[in-house]
Write a protein that binds this ligand. Structure first.
Ligand code: ADP
Ligand code: MG
Length: 728
């Protein structure tokens, strides 16, 4: 009897495959001409819009001025003509519902004229507002209480673009997604609100320093995306990768990442071809991707864009993930964006580099060369430290997901304990500040605000601590706990809001002092020590991976929310609601809705994984093991019949049978746990999945992986770690 073994079929297919690697030609179209080719950019707007309309639109984009509805028709007409010249047949409002993905519904430009012909139309109304049937998106109960419908609203601060596809192109309009009563149903709306909150507070500080020019402060973000690329033949042979995004089984490979020969290594030709294709597409879409390299784990890579304002960076980040996912198959690859596709080797994160900048281009976390600049830098820097110290749990919950639970706290990603890394020099400055104008240990002088110049802070990567979840890196902070598959909207919404609160606190104090006629530098010198004293428990410059840090953090009373069900209740805490409603980032109802959605999402994710695991155990691993058991049993009999000593074969049969029996028992336990429904609310369900289902899954995996090391190789149906991570 012959069996088609999907794993061996995948290996054969890979060995004989030929690939068309040359799919983009940068000599035909130069990179710089490609960049922004498909974007309704400022340059295109200037060229195609009447001057007053262009100016009004730019005012909205740059300063957040309300959009004059009267200009919408003209903008829409220009957009339509431009889109049609680029081959567009349809337009779509793109939004970011709580699924964590993007959503789109396409409408054609075609309108029949009634006489058998048609014209192309796109009105200002269609540009500004869309009404997708929103009833099937997660709302966490918001729509049950109100109306079933939601609407999308044009976000002019993120430019429209053309999405090319083999049969025609689509004009894509970035939008916010709201319920009819104005509640956010998406990830963009709270982000935009948080940017507004931060801008308002940051401007107060800038005014205190005599800056009358800046009209807006933007938060800036550059996020480094990690991902895996494996051969797609392997991918199709692994139901767990297809449906859960991660491997639920897989024995540790003999060679993993211990040789440290993958990081920054030479890039495989097929992978490089795929990367270049992704970059060409992203350039056209105006996404400023800059860096590509191999990451620490085998088959792991990274792509990083140049930073932009956080709204645009978030939209672009979604585009990066989409383009990676879509392009990989053209090169016979599958892109895995999951935080932990493979156990035992590094998972993937998305380092979120974050800063604040004025509309006049000044980076507010850049230490300057003059005492005046330094004083301002110190205020903004201390504001961020205070924010993390005051709201570490909120930051933690902003990166919580069933996926990221496999990564945070493992010995490769920052721990779930939030702390700030400053580095030696900045730490020294902060220490001096805390003591007032004490004698500097490192600089041999006094740090007097408004008079002293700061030491040069290092920006070199070599000086950095790579284990900290939140690190100062020269002129920005890097939030490293963000997961590779998640939207960066949530973490940035939290970051912007908690820093806005800190800036508010500082501005209020300084404004008061100023009103009393106090010198601003003196007021700062008096205020910062108390903030540092209060906040310094969150600063840690050592190795965050060590058990010593965990003990130390506990001693300092820093929260350690180990997993998603531990973290989620933070959303409904009184202080959270108070903070987020005060800055109008979320309403209380929106927070209740987010909480419900995230709990449900956790339960659904683990539930899918568990069902998948049970199915794979029973229909793939068990049959292979039983076949092998049959073979061994025949050999036991045949050896005996031939009159030879069969004790070794009997031993093998015994141990195989024992493992098989453990495996079946574990699978049955998992099935029973899945059949039992937890009582109580959504959070109780989430806890049940964490406390009962996940351990049952771990048990099934232990014996499944053990079988992988026992069953004959030609019978094993699942591509192994050894193969998936190393064969291309
Ligand atoms: P690395 O961390 O690998 O040394 P870089 O320091 O060049 O690399 O930066 C990593 C990311 O940080 C890039 O996306 C970069 O654009 C971004 N970045 C640099 N400056 C800022 C800033 N002021 N605000 C936000 N992100 C920034
Ligand atoms: Mg980095």
């Amino acid at each position: 009897m012959t069996h088609t073994n999907p794993r061996l079929a995948a290996l054969r297919a890979i060995a004989s495959a030929e690939y068309q690697l040359q799919q983009v030609n940068f000599t035909e179209t130069h990179m710089k001409d490609l960049f922004g080719k498909n974007v309704f950019s400022e340059a295109v707007q200037r060229e195609r819009l009447p001057k007053p309309i262009f100016k009004a639109l730019q005012k909205t984009i740059r300063q957040g001025a309300p959009l004059d509805p009267a200009i919408a028709d003209t903008v829409a007409a220009a957009m339509k003509d431009w889109a049609i010249e680029h081959g567009a047949t349809h337009f779509t409002h793109l939004f970011q519902p709580m699924t964590g993905l993007t959503a789109e519904k396409h409408d054609s430009f075609v309108v029949p004229t009634g006489d058998g012909k048609a014209i192309l139309e796109f009105s200002g109304k269609e540009l500004v507002r869309g009404e997708p049937d929103a009833s099937s998106f997660p709302s966490g109960g918001i729509r049950a209480t109100f109306e079933a419908r939601g609407y999308t609203a044009w976000d002019p601060t993120s430019p429209a673009y053309i999405l090319e596809s083999p049969n025609g192109a689509t004009l894509v309009i970035p939008t916010a997604f709201l319920s009819w009563t104005g509640e956010a149903l998406d990830k963009k709306t709270p982000l935009l609100r948080s940017m507004e909150a931060l801008s308002n507070q940051a401007l107060r500080i800038l005014r205190l320093f005599g800056n009358t020019e800046a009209r807006r402060v933007f938060t800036t973000v550059g996020s480094e995306q990690e991902y895996f690329l494996i051969d797609k033949n392997f991918y199709y042979a692994r139901p767990d990768l297809i449906n859960a995004g991660r491997t639920l089984f897989g024995a540790p490979p003999p060679k993993g990442q211990e040789m440290e020969d993958q990081y920054f290594a030479h890039i495989h030709e097929r992978v490089l071809a795929c990367m270049a294709d992704c970059e060409a597409q992203l350039f056209k879409l105006g996404v400023p991707v800059k860096t590509r390299h191999n990451e620490v784990a085998p088959s792991q890579h990274e792509i990083a864009p140049i930073f932009e304002d956080s709204n645009l960076a978030t939209d672009h980040q979604m585009m990066i993930m989409e383009v990676l996912r879509k392009t990989a198959p053209r090169y016979g690859l599958a892109c895995l964006l999951h935080e932990k596709p493979f156990a035992g080797i590094n998972g993937s994160g998305k380092h979120n580099n974050w800063s604040m900048a004025t509309d006049t281009g000044e980076n507010l976390l850049e230490p300057g060369d003059t005492p005046h600049d330094n004083a301002q830098f110190l205020v903004f820097c201390v504001a961020v430290i205070r924010a993390v110290a005051k709201y570490p749990e909120l930051l933690r919950v902003s990166v919580a997901s069933a996926h990221n639970d496999h990564r945070l706290g493992a010995n490769e990603a920052p721990p779930a304990i939030m702390s700030v890394f400053l580095g030696d020099q900045l730490q020294d400055v902060i220490d001096q500040l805390e003591k007032g104008a004490a004698k500097s240990t490192k600089q041999g002088g006094y740090l007097e605000i408004g008079v002293s110049v700061l030491p040069k802070l290092p920006k070199h990567a070599g000086d950095r601590n790579r284990t900290s979840p939140f690190a100062f890196t020269g002129n920005k902070f890097e939030f490293r706990a963000v997961g590779s598959s998640q939207s960066i909207a949530g973490p940035n919404t939290v970051l912007n809001t908690i820093v806005a609160e800190s800036l508010d606190y500082i501005a209020t104090n300084l404004e008061k002092a100023k009103a009393q006629g106090k010198d601003i530098n003196k007021a700062i010198q008096e205020l910062l020590p108390s903030i540092i004293k209060e906040s310094k428990k969150v600063i840690y410059n050592g190795d965050n991976y060590t058990p010593e840090w965990h003990q130390e953090a506990e001693r300092r009373g820093l929260p350690n929310l180990r997993n998603t069900p531990d973290a989620l209740p933070v959303i409904l805490r009184k202080d959270t609601i108070e903070l987020l409603t005060r800055y109008r980032v979320y309403t209380e109802r929106e927070l209740q809705s987010r909480f419900a959605i995230l709990c449900e999402n956790y339960v659904k994710t683990v539930n899918i994984e568990a069902r998948l695991m049970s199915m794979m155990a029973k229909t793939m691993i068990l049959p292979a093991a039983l076949r092998y058991q049959g073979e061994v049993a025949s050999t036991v009999n045949a050896t005996k019949a031939a009159g030879a000593d069969n004790s070794a074969q009997v031993e093998l049969l015994k141990s195989l049978t024992a493992t098989l029996s453990d495996f079946q028992k574990a699978t049955a336990t998992l099935d029973r746990a899945l059949a039992h429904h937890a009582d109580g609310d959504v959070l109780a369900h989430a806890r049940y999945f964490r406390d009962t289902i996940l351990p049952a899954m771990a048990e099934v995996r232990t014996f499944g992986d053990k079988l992988e090391t026992m069953v004959a190789d030609d019978l094993w149906p699942l591509p192994t770690y050894r193969e998936m991570l190393f064969i291309k």
